[in-house]
Design a protein around this ligand. Structure first.
Ligand SMILES: NC(=O)c1ccc[n+]([C@@H]2O[C@H](COP(=O)([O-])OP(=O)(O)OC[C@H]3O[C@@H](n4cnc5c(N)ncnc54)[C@H](OP(=O)(O)O)[C@@H]3O)[C@@H](O)[C@H]2O)c1
Length: 239
């Protein structure tokens, strides 16, 4: 059977660091940024920087999205709780604001203006609920493209912004042949190059490790269900 989401780990790459890269988060960031928005590969970054908004930079998908967009030559602005500001900056974000700040949209737009790299036209909303889609539309302001990871609210006023919902399963089960082929190419050819070049490295994202094998799985799932994940990926090591 041909698989789209299998890749070869470099020698010496620890399993616990490979697990988050083989999981859903990195693949979803790749699908959204490269296969939907057309961001270039790392080996051909854009010649002059452009702003890019990652809403939810400390989420699993958000952390990888910051790294990939930065490697593609974009200046990333993101939102996260203050406790995660150092983390998102270490991944490459140029600016970070608190999503609970009532002035967050004004802060983002001021930053875009002051940077002088042109208008903000591209955004990935890694949260896609609790009002985040509306905020991303407001941040884009004068049009552009917004990728969501959950279906956007039906009654949203898009204000000229093109909103596009992406779902990783279209790439894992040949439901969409183009998505399947592009994800297979990423995992077969491009991801190994990123790893060999050291641009995606071990310890890229903070891990919360469970070392008790499958017996730890219910505890890890409860942690996720309770919404406790913040700036980390959970890895359950099999014994
Ligand atoms: N479409 C797809 O194929 C696909 C694939 C993967 C995931 N998803 C969906 O994408 C969403 C994110 O998944 P994930 O695993 O990446 O999430 P996660 O790691 O569990 O997200 C937790 C993070 O979300 C941040 N957050 C919570 N509410 C926020 C808000 N209103 N604005 C900004 N940040 C906020 C928190 O930031 P702080 O701790 O800094 O406050 C926390 O770090 C989920 O709904 C998931 O179902 C969809």
């Amino acid at each position: 059977m041909e698989l789209s989401r299998v890749w070869l780990m470099p020698q010496g790459f620890p399993f616990e660091d490979a697990a988050p890269m083989g999981g859903v988060a990195l693949s979803t960031a790749v699908q959204a940024l490269r296969h939907r928005l057309g961001l270039p590969f790392v080996f051909e970054p854009i010649s002059s920087p452009k702003p890019f908004l990652v809403w939810g930079g400390s989420s699993g998908v958000g952390m990888f999205a910051i790294k990939l967009a930065t490697l593609s030559g974009y200046k990333v602005v993101t939102v996260a709780s203050k406790r995660n500001w150092d983390l998102v900056k270490s991944l490459g974000a140029s600016a970070v604001f608190d999503y609970n700040d009532h002035e967050v949209i004004a802060h983002i737009q001021n930053w875009v203006r002051e940077e002088g790299n042109g208008p903000l036209t591209q955004c990935l909303d890694t949260i896609s609920e609790h009002g985040s889609v509306e905020k991303c539309v407001a941040a884009l302001g004068e049009g552009g493209t917004l990728i969501t990871l959950l279906p956007p609210p039906e009654d949203i006023n898009a204000n000229g912004v093109k909103i596009s919902y992406t779902l990783l399963t279209t790439a894992s089960h040949r439901r969409n042949v183009d998505d399947f082929e592009r994800m297979a190419k990423w995992n077969r050819e491009i991801l190994p190059k990123y790893l060999d070049s050291g641009k995606l490295y071990k310890s890229l994202v903070p891990l919360k490790l469970y070392t008790g094998g499958l017996e730890d799985l219910p505890e890890a799932l409860d942690y996720v269900r309770q919404g406790k994940t913040s700036g980390q990926k959970l890895v359950v090591l099999l014994k």
